[in-house]
Design a binder for this molecule. Structure first.
Ligand code: WT7
Length: 662
């Protein structure tokens, strides 16, 4: 019997849920009028976010919108992110856990870092980085798994005013090299490996491959020894330093946190766009930190005494905002888990929640769909009553998965927040406030207070309730990206050109376009439908079709390739590659293997095609554009409708036959 059919009829029929009274009673935000209040007081309303931080120098102006879309927030203010996440908690919370880290091997000696301990190690590593020559504004790259040294390195950089650029450890060597080059980054912090489903994995070899293809000189590399006796043998080069040795050399060192301008860069985060070149999203110290702190407080309901668990990887924006910066700025205990949720068994997450009495769980729909598939017996075998709030992020969640989460994980006692946002927005934008709003499974909810998100048609006019269109944000917000690294022009082009009068100096004429489709309902709730550009969302991971296509056409024997997303029960979307071979090459297993290997080398295993379909032609319009919609429909086995506008309608049957027989 599938879980689906076990969802009670009552739940199945219900499409609105009120926040549980027990939650509302203690919620951080309960003011029903908060949206009206913020609208009236905008932009000064965002002082409420800035007030959650400690400033070295007060700001003069909340928002400087004189040069849109290059907005500035809390101008004139000065602060340090590491001081906000550590030093200011020492007096009250010095002996309380800041990070609870759980390694993947169940036999692991898990580690607890109190605020005092984390503060100490961050200071020591900051001193070490300085000694290596890292100066304010130098970009330090991190290519690290989910180990505590990652947040330590991030906070150490923040302390000395060196922006970090974290590259997801699952990305390939090539991806690392591209990102280091793009950021002119001369320093790297990495690890010798980590555990995946029980096995030690050699991360250092991949790091070396990446380093060897960086075009400029990398001055120093710091390597964390995660694997100990399970480590792989590698000779160390002169510029490769052992993390533990560096920290030991700087034992007891204290580094005064550098006062950073509110608008100074806190970090860069690369993300995929429509072109093959990843975008370096720039986030700032004052606006970003205020945003993630306020949303952690208002949406995740984080309180200092909580044990808050977000299962994302810090290599993505979710981990930056809602494992590291938001939770630590609020002085709470944040959890980190190294491994996968199905090791050693499918109840690993529930075991962690039970063992640590986790109070919030923030995860992705793809994980929830996997939990559903595995069955409710796994959460039911554990006491999850410590949970007070559940959250999801990364992709649309179908109502059935929402209800399963609500019932089998939350026991119908925890509000579920479905939070829409992006790498670029820094933090949450559209979501219910858990202590205020009615929840509607499948719909993220209304925009946050102070956020003017609207669904518009192609002409930029607001759609009527019940209609679909494009999601836009019509006013700036503190957490917004400030630009794409060293590419202001692409920043304007990618996010603003679609719906703004780009000649105007009036902020009111500028509209941010996140490239998502959305539907509006009669209560102003927004259901995000997914990307309308050539970006895929595979298991909540963002991948550019162009990046995958260029990896495929690099393969000898491939003439042309088109990549689209097909529906996938657990991953949400899966990569479908349609490939035309060069004359003299067979579309056989050998070529397929080389294609898969090339994609893994260029991006990483997350981009591995689910299916590679060889075809003599791709469906094209008369003007020669590949009809991606059609390829998606074929992948999904959907009805194709009218194909008569194609230049080569005959090809469709051929491809369909191949996919069907795959
Ligand atoms: C894209 C952004 C937000 C951090 C993780 C992903 C999709 C995100 C939702 C949601 C529907 C969502 C959008 C967005 N997305 N959250 N709650 N409902 N779709 O960050 O890698 O920058 O991806 O993820 O399509 O544009 P990202």
């Amino acid at each position: 019997m599938s879980d689906e059919s076990q969802l009670e009829a009552r739940l199945e029929a219900q499409d609105e849920f009120e926040p549980p009274a027990s939650f509302v009673e203690q919620a951080n935000v309960t003011d029903e009028a908060i949206r009206e209040r913020f609208e009236e007081e905008w932009p000064e309303c965002w002082e409420a976010a800035a007030e959650l931080l400690e400033w070295r120098e007060g700001y003069d102006q909340v928002l400087d919108d004189s040069n849109p879309p290059f907005y500035e927030w809390f101008t004139g203010g000065e602060l340090n992110a590491s001081e906000n996440c550590l030093d200011r908690h020492l007096a009250d919370r010095g002996d309380e856990p800041a990070i609870e880290w759980v390694g993947e091997p169940p036999s692991e000696d898990n580690r607890t870092y109190t605020y005092a301990e984390l503060h100490r190690e961050v200071n020591e590593f900051a001193a070490a980085l300085r000694d290596l020559g890292v100066e304010e504004d130098d970009v330090v790259t991190m290519y690290m798994p989910m180990i505590p040294e990652l947040p330590v390195a991030m906070l150490a950089c923040a302390r000395i005013g060196a922006p970090h650029s974290v590259v997801f450890a699952g990305f390939s060597a090539d991806a690392l090299a591209t990102r280091m080059e793009s950021a002119d980054s001369e320093y790297l912090v990495t690890a010798n490996g980590y555990y995946r489903r029980g096995d030690p994995l050699d991360h250092f070899e991949k790091t070396r491959d990446g380093l060897d293809s960086v075009g400029h000189e990398v001055s120093d590399v710091v390597v964390v020894d995660r694997l100990g006796d399970d480590g792989f043998d590698h000779d160390r080069r002169e510029n490769e330093h052992d993390y533990d040795a560096l920290v030991a050399d700087h034992e007891g060192a204290e580094v005064e946190p550098v006062a950073r301008d509110a608008e100074d860069m806190l970090f860069l985060m690369y993300t995929s766009g429509t072109t093959g070149q990843p975008k370096g999203v720039k986030h700032t110290t004052g606006g970003y930190l205020s945003w993630v702190t306020w949303t952690s407080h208002a949406v995740l309901d984080v309180k200092p005494e909580d044990t808050y668990f977000c299962s994302a990887d810090i290599g993505w924006i979710t981990g930056h905002s809602y494992i590291v910066y938001g939770p630590l700025a609020l002085g709470t205990t944040t959890m980190m888990y190294e491994g996968t949720p199905d090791y050693p068994d499918n109840d690993r997450l529930w075991e962690i929640v039970e063992d640590y009495d986790a109070t919030q769980l923030y995860t992705a729909p793809t994980a929830i769909r996997a939990f559903m598939k595995w069955g409710e017996q796994y959460p039911e075998a554990h006491d999850l009553s410590s949970l007070r709030l559940l959250g999801t992020v990364g992709e649309p969640i179908n109502p059935r998965a929402w209800k399963w989460y609500y019932k089998h994980v939350g026991n119908e006692e925890c509000p579920v927040v479905d939070t829409w946002w992006q790498t670029e927005t820094g933090g949450m934008m559209v979501t219910t406030l858990p202590g205020v709003d009615t929840m509607k499974p499948g719909s993220a909810g209304p925009p946050l207070p102070g956020v003017d998100a609207r669904v518009v048609d192609a002409a930029g006019e607001e759609v009527n309730a019940g209609d679909a269109g494009y999601l836009t944000v019509q006013n700036p917000w503190p957490g917004m990206l400030r630009t794409l690294y060293q590419n202001d022009e692409r920043f304007v082009q990618e996010y603003w050109a679609e719906y703004s009068d780009t000649d105007s100096d009036d902020s009111g004429d500028w509209v941010y376009f996140p490239e998502d489709g959305a539907k509006l309902d009669e209560d102003g709730y927004i259901t995000v439908l997914g990307r309308v550009d050539d970006v895929l969302n595979v298991s909540g991971h963002r991948l550019g079709t162009m990046e995958i296509e260029s990896a495929i056409v690099d393969v000898e024997g491939v003439a042309e390739a088109a990549v689209v997303g097909g529906d996938h029960e657990v991953k949400g979307e899966a990569v479908y590659a349609y490939v035309i071979t060069e004359d003299g090459y067979d579309g056989g297993d050998d070529l397929r293997d080389r294609i898969v290997a090339s994609v893994e080398d260029a991006i990483g295993p997350i981009a591995r095609p689910e299916s590679v379909v060889f075809t003599p032609e791709l469906p094209k319009t008369r003007s020669g554009k590949i009809m991606r919609r059609l390829l998606e429909d074929i992948a999904n086995g959907d009805d194709l409708g009218d194909t008569s506008t194609l230049r080569n309608p005959g090809v469709v049957d051929d491809i369909q036959a191949k996919v069907g027989g795959d």
